[in-house]
Design a protein around this ligand. Sequence first.
Ligand SMILES: NC(=O)c1ccc[n+]([C@@H]2O[C@H](COP(=O)([O-])OP(=O)(O)OC[C@H]3O[C@@H](n4cnc5c(N)ncnc54)[C@H](OP(=O)(O)O)[C@@H]3O)[C@@H](O)[C@H]2O)c1
Length: 160
Amino acid sequence: MTEAPAITIVAALAKNRVIGINGALPWRIPEDLRHFKKTTMGGALVMGRRTFDSIGKPLPGRRTFVVTRRQKKIQGAETAASPQDAIEAARQTGMPVFIVGGEQIYRQTLPLATAMSLTELQITPQGDSFFPLFNPKEWQEETRTPMQETKGDFVHYLRR
Ligand SMILES: NC(=O)c1ccc[n+]([C@@H]2O[C@H](COP(=O)([O-])OP(=O)(O)OC[C@H]3O[C@@H](n4cnc5c(N)ncnc54)[C@H](OP(=O)(O)O)[C@@H]3O)[C@@H](O)[C@H]2O)c1
């Protein structure tokens, strides 16, 4: 039997776990945007409706699955009625699955994720959205790569 493909959470979080403010990112870090693009290219993205609205369009080179309780159509994306449905639909594509936020979606999908690609930023901005606390004993740090232009690391975790 082949191994089930990874379901990877991708997030950038500050020292105080902040990930967002007023429906947007609290920072503008091109190095992290490049990392996000490289990590997720060719994959199926699962995101909450608010995160989709903040990006404003489906991202090129990836399939987009938007979690929403409203039954509306989104051009260039597929909608799902729950995070679980979105992950299932994303898996059906056969592409690697990336869960890309925001807070509500990270909280609900953390138990389902098999990997995390976290940008751990050494800053403490104001924010109103946070990355959930996770039990470090459940996660094995595989790689930690210092960022070049910002104080922080790109860290890859696998579920133990
Ligand atoms: N730093 C990072 O890496 C990062 C990444 C992504 C996002 N962010 C930030 O995070 C913030 C947004 O996070 P958020 O928590 O406010 O919103 P979110 O998780 O992006 O989206 C929340 C929406 O998802 C839908 N939803 C949530 N749970 C659902 C369920 N069980 N069933 C059906 N639909 C469900 C609802 O959409 P409807 O209202 O349409 O029903 C809900 O309003 C923004 O500031 C954004 O910039 C940061």
